[in-house]
Design a protein. Structure first.
Length: 174
């Protein structure tokens, strides 16, 4: 057998000196075994996958869409026919994925609408509370006695002047 030799030059830097050194490596022996071309590996894997597909079919029902697509691609790259049952599984998985994506989008839209509705409600309540505080302040500063009574006869507001004149707290008035 003929011996082959090769010289490989590489540059390495020394941590202490910071200068580059040139190293020579001499390899004598047989060249490494060549790897089979990728097309051979793909073809062999595809043939193996084609033989295994009918046996794997019950398990494939649980496979994710990406796994099914990878298996179909493997068969296609190897020039193997795609079984009808695998095509049906793939179509079903794609429909399920599409439904899942659509449902997610719908849920996001619904959540966004809900957040917007909640934000609008909080803003409205904040505005109304500010308006009520302002009105209560105006009524409390009036020099006149002011009482507000609802349709059931319950006092809902009593001004400070009314409390002073009647000499009772608004909570004590019936």
């Amino acid at each position: 057998p003929a011996a082959s030799s090769s010289v490989v030059a590489s540059s390495a830097s020394s941590a202490g000196a910071g200068s580059g050194h040139l190293h020579h490596h001499v390899h004598i022996g047989h060249p490494p075994h060549p790897q089979p071309p990728i097309s051979t590996i793909t073809r062999a894997q595809g043939e193996s996958a084609a033989l295994a597909t009918p046996l794997l079919l019950p398990y494939m029902r649980k496979w994710k869409l990406e796994e099914l697509e990878a298996h179909v691609k493997l068969l296609s790259n190897a020039g193997q026919p795609i079984p009808q049952s695998l095509n049906l599984l793939l179509a079903d998985a794609r429909k399920k994925e599409e439904r899942r994506i659509n449902k997610r989008a719908s849920n996001r839209r619904s959540a966004s609408t809900s957040r917007a509705r909640k934000k609008a409600l909080v803003e409205e309540m904040t505005r109304l509370n500010a308006q009520l505080r302002r009105q209560a302040l105006i009524l409390s500063l009036l020099p006149d006695m002011v009482l507000a009574i609802n349709v059931d006869g319950v006092i809902t507001f009593c001004s400070a002047q009314a409390e002073r004149i009647l000499q009772h707290n608004s909570e004590d008035l019936v």
